[in-house]
Ligand binder design. Sequence first.
Ligand SMILES: Nc1ncnc2c1ncn2[C@@H]1O[C@H](COP(=O)(O)OP(=O)(O)OP(=O)(O)O)[C@@H](O)[C@H]1O
Ligand SMILES: [Mg+2]
Length: 456
Amino acid sequence: MARGKILVVDDDPLILKSLSELLRLEKYEVSSASNGLEALQVLKDQPVDLVITDINMPEIDGFKLLKEIKGRYPEVIILLMTGFGTIENAVEAMRLGAYDYITKPLVDAEIKLIIERSLEQQRLMQENESLRQRLGEKFHFDNIVAHDYKMQKIFETIKTIADTKATVLVTGESGTGKTMIARAIHQNSGRAKQKFVEVNCGALPETLLESELFGHVRGSFTGAFRDKVGKFQLADNGTIFLDEISTATPALQVKLLRVLQDKEFERVGQHETIKVDVRIILATNQSLEEEVAKGNFREDLFYRINVVSIQLPSLRERIGDIKLLAEYFLDHYSKENEKVFTGIHEETLKIMQSYHWPGNVRELENVIERAVVLAKDVNRPVLPRDLPPNLQTQEIKEQPDDRILPLKEALKDPEKRIIERALRANKWNRQKTAKMLQVNRTTLFNKMKKYGLLTD
Ligand SMILES: Nc1ncnc2c1ncn2[C@@H]1O[C@H](COP(=O)(O)OP(=O)(O)OP(=O)(O)O)[C@@H](O)[C@H]1O
Ligand SMILES: [Mg+2]
């Protein structure tokens, strides 16, 4: 089956031919047109998922074609090809509703990736739209498995703030779902049809990060071979998601402060000020308060960022969701690997519920995927032996015994066990344990003393 129908439009016959061939090899159904009129005729005759068009063409140029198509067939994705150094064109194209742009000379791998991503995005949007219509729901949290009340409270917060412009700070350990929540905020906002642009601030050195965020002009530094549109500009009218914000250097912090305050910035190597309308969401797995206290993070920036904060619980703080999540991932990976399992064995579940999950939901997802992929026999439940060795050696929490004791004695035991378990889950960090158990640190200390749990 074809992966999608693509219409290629260019007045240069060589490009038309090579691009069509490339896409056919990628199993797309391809039509071609050598000018705008021909393109509109093709669209009239047959359904098309995606149009990739040149900008400079006689009579109807790429922009006119873009407007025509957007007016008549709003669901069609449009990608524009722009020549070297005509970045302003690209920005204009995106404003008019192009999904993305590709710079010439064309690079095969880049084209393949952009097309794949665009079609996937379109498919998801259509699926979500039809799902939402069926449910008659205004808000939707697709594919987020979370019954725990802490997560339910987070959904409530998202519903309240999604459609505002408020800056949101999402915190949580690695793998707790920060990126997923940031996307959910965007999807539930009035900007849902606009772009959601992600930047991992920890992944790039300072100078590159600056040009990634704000863009640069050709020749502004060694290696700047062409103009580049920054992510803030690409996200105009949409949402930008800045991950690992705690890694931002002091110089970058100053620039971010300005964008947060005034929504304006300059490209590297250019004086002209650019203004944008973006919703900013940030994430960190470090405590920004601590970084402020240590003098690594500007306090004024912190207050700008911390307008609405969403703290995602670690997986060990929502043990009740482990079963649901494991079943959800099992369902997903069984289908993907075409293997049938009859569920998750009780013993397996017990082990998973006692484990401390330093990698949180992502680790759980990996554990299930691994179990499915490695299983040689199927039509059985997921067993302890399917788990990675570090989980198999995990000590399972003792089951309560049913001896009858004096009430006062009997009540001590579960309290001790709960505290011990919480301590273990938090690697014996008392502050975190106290927070998890919702008692103050003195109470926790006294109880630890009472039960002989003090280690020092
Ligand atoms: N509640 C959930 N329901 C379903 N899947 C989830 C849930 N939470 C997280 N996941 C999945 O777990 C993985 C990790 O989530 P995500 O990337 O959002 O975490 P993160 O906090 O952004 O991690 P990092 O700190 O590494 O950036 C993803 O594959 C995501 O789909
Ligand atoms: Mg993330």
